[in-house]
Design a protein around this ligand. Sequence first.
Ligand SMILES: N=CN[C@@H](CCC(=O)O)C(=O)O
Ligand SMILES: [Zn+2]
Length: 418
Amino acid sequence: MTKPIWIKHAAQLATLASNELGPRTKEAMSNLGLIEDGSLWIEDGIIQAVGTTTELEKKYSDKPHEAEIVDATNHLVTPGLVDPHTHVVYGGSREHEFEMRLEGATYMDIMNAGGGIHATTRMTREATEQELFEQTTRRLDSFLAHGVTTIEGKSGYGMNLETELKQLRVMKRLQEQHPIDIVPTFMGAHAVPPEYKGREDEFVDYLINDMLPIIAAEKLAEFNDVFCEKGVYTPEQAERILEAGKRFGLIPKIHADEIEPYGGAELAAKIGAISAEHLLKASDEGIKAMAKAGTIACLLPATALYLREEAAAGRKMIDAGVAVAISTDCNPGSSPTTSMPLVMNLACISMRLTPAESLIAATYNAACAINRQDQVGSLEVGKQADIVIWKTKSYQELQYLFGVNHVKSVWKKGIKVV
Ligand SMILES: N=CN[C@@H](CCC(=O)O)C(=O)O
Ligand SMILES: [Zn+2]
């Protein structure tokens, strides 16, 4: 048995504890469960006690010397950040597209000319499983260095069975070997593969009949995602794919209304998707429908910035009662970043979330978007000891000093990993 860990004297301990079950909405998105001079007692990777330092000193007065003491004086302590939307497993890189876009080409122009997702698909198909494993490991190390302890990861740079399986197997190996928890999503419908151009419905049939059963049988994914966008998959095709996934136990997610308003938010609400992603162009009806259905809005302000688009209407969504989560969208085209702290800053700057809302969106609500809220996303007794100690003294300062990595140390399941 390893020594207990006792974190003491946190200037602010943001527990995010609440009696409310499920994703936080409206005012509950501001309740950080803050404890000043806060303290945590951890045994075997699990949080055993949370309170003020004085409370825990009383509780453990018989065994203070048994624990390894971590002094967090003058530091903010939060749960490990959760990134609920990444395309982290991919081959190659697309820096030349960045320059093309700066010169005026649009994201969709590049994709329709065979670049974008198609370019990464070619490079991912060519890469060996070991190469993908090594490249992705480096990205996960960077996530960890930025305070992220759990991520979702999507396939979708294969769009054939062989490569989709290769990506998902890489995630499975990483889940076993890397400190970060990685939650897998099947996204075979990330684009229409060139060999099926003009035969989209045939690809949908292939995905439903030949890919989904094998991915489900091998238990390689928990979620099923589709890029529902004009020129990619229609809402009808997306619905067929996501309903088929449900029959195999895969929970639906949707890349919705990213480039054009297309009814994606409405579809997410209608089919009971756990979350809808992007939503830059979501309609007011779509936002209302999501609030009513309890669909989480997973917003990606770094992608909007990188594509030089106006960010999603995060403020309006929260005010309308939608639970908001935020994410890097880490991918080689529209958001090559692993920095959740930057995404929190951008959520405040470009979507007008408050610093407290931004922190909840990057922890507890993000955990809800990948069904991990029972294990991570808040600092409560019985949960995994996934913890970040920040160099800043408060969550307000964390959001104010933007674009900088303020991580001091990161703890995953009670083990110091950064
Ligand atoms: N929009 C679709 N998919 C990704 C981008 C993938 C890529 O460009 O490689 C996204 O969420 O931004
Ligand atoms: Zn995405």
